[in-house]
Design a binder for this molecule. Structure first.
Ligand SMILES: [Zn+2]
Length: 357
């Protein structure tokens, strides 16, 4: 767990509380809080180290032992760039924001958080040109509009990241970074202010308050195993292996009392899972009717729940009526149900990071 404190300099009017609550709920490792000290930058321009030294003693004290503190300001940097960092603090400049993009500054807050995390886990490379990748340097400042809308890590950068030997914390941050990018992308592509996109944190997702130590809300199950009952023996083996790997799968025979309505069952599942594996054997998906599956999958996509088709041994292609699953990268058991490679791929899909990193 690492803690990031957010501050805003006047006269910005950012809803940082909604941002920290939602980010903390979406992330599994990082925790976000709004700092309690007032942030006042005394210098007319932003400059390192003067602006940082001008921050109040209470803010310096509050941020002493935390992972990062991000301070948002409308002042301009002496070089007109977006940010510089000093110790564990970063002052981020929204100077001239309205001339760069029509998207809200609140999307900008989430963008810079993602950008700084991306740099934290790998500062070896930045694109000089605007590509929309989070690793764009941002020489041309209006490029930030595309960067917020694409909010992603390009193929080339993904390859570079996959070759890096991340420690445990960096892998966790990488995984949270992908979640944050997904949220930003979904809101920005709809031209929506991310705070409105999220809406208020609902009452079944307890709000983070300053001072509490534990993250209250988390998904109960790592992966939902959708399958045909005739494949149950194989599905049980998959379930056991996932448990051996420290994951908590949702298997219907363990969670659902007999006689429950299928729709209720799906609703309950979707509220409690962080990924969905669609397990396909020779006989297709059985009681999962085509439309139900489509609606289940689109609900997963809307909620940013990764969908992972899994082909059991003997099922060498997706059935005709499930051809829409081609949009997703699938896991393939080629000869038997104990193939390590297939389990590694599945674990990778569920955790959003390669095993053993
Ligand atoms: Zn890139």
């Amino acid at each position: 767990m690492k803690e990031i404190l957010l501050y805003q300099d006047e006269p910005l009017n950012l809803d940082l509380n909604t941002i920290v609550n939602n980010l903390t709920n979406k992330c599994s490792f990082l925790r976000f809080k709004v700092g309690t000290s007032k942030s006042v930058i005394e210098t007319p321009f932003l400059k390192k180290p003067e602006s940082y030294q001008s921050l109040s003693d209470s803010l310096k004290k509050e941020t002493e032992n935390i992972f990062k503190a991000y301070i948002f300001s409308e002042k301009q940097y002496h070089n007109n760039y977006f940010f510089e960092s000093y110790e564990n603090k970063v002052i981020i400049s929204f100077f001239g924001w309205d001339s760069l993009t029509k998207l809200s500054m609140q999307n900008g807050v989430v963008y810079f958080i993602a950008d700084l995390l991306a740099l934290y886990i790998d500062n070896t490379y930045r694109h000089d040109e605007t590509t929309g990748c989070i690793y764009d340097f941002g020489w041309h400042k209006p490029g930030i509009d595309l960067e917020m809308r694409k909010a992603s890590i390009c193929k080339k950068c993904q390859v570079r990241l996959s070759k890096r030997k991340f420690g445990k914390d960096d892998s966790e941050i990488h995984s949270d970074l992908n979640k944050i990018l997904g949220e930003l992308r979904n809101a920005s592509q709809k031209d929506q202010d991310i705070v409105l996109y999220w809406g208020p944190v609902s009452s079944d997702e307890p709000q983070e308050t300053i001072g509490d130590k534990k993250k209250i809300f988390s998904k109960k199950y790592d992966v939902f195993l959708a399958h045909n009952y005739v494949d149950k023996p194989n599905v049980r083996l998959i379930c056991e292996e996932l448990r051996r790997r420290g994951l908590n799968p949702w298997l219907d025979e363990e969670q659902i009392p007999p006689g429950r309505m299928f729709q209720d069952y799906i609703q309950e599942a979707i509220n409690n899972i962080s990924s969905a594996a669609i397990i396909i054997g020779n006989n297709g998906l059985g009681k999962w009717q085509h439309l139900e599956l489509r609606s289940f999958i689109s609900r997963c996509v809307v909620r940013n729940i990764p969908v992972i088709p899994v082909l059991l041994p003997g099922a060498d292609r997706l059935p005709e009526n499930l051809i829409f699953l081609r949009e997703f990268v699938w896991v393939d058991f080629i000869n038997n149900i104990s193939e390590t490679k297939a389990y590694d791929d599945l674990e990778w899909g569920i955790r959003d990071r390669r095993p053993n990193q």
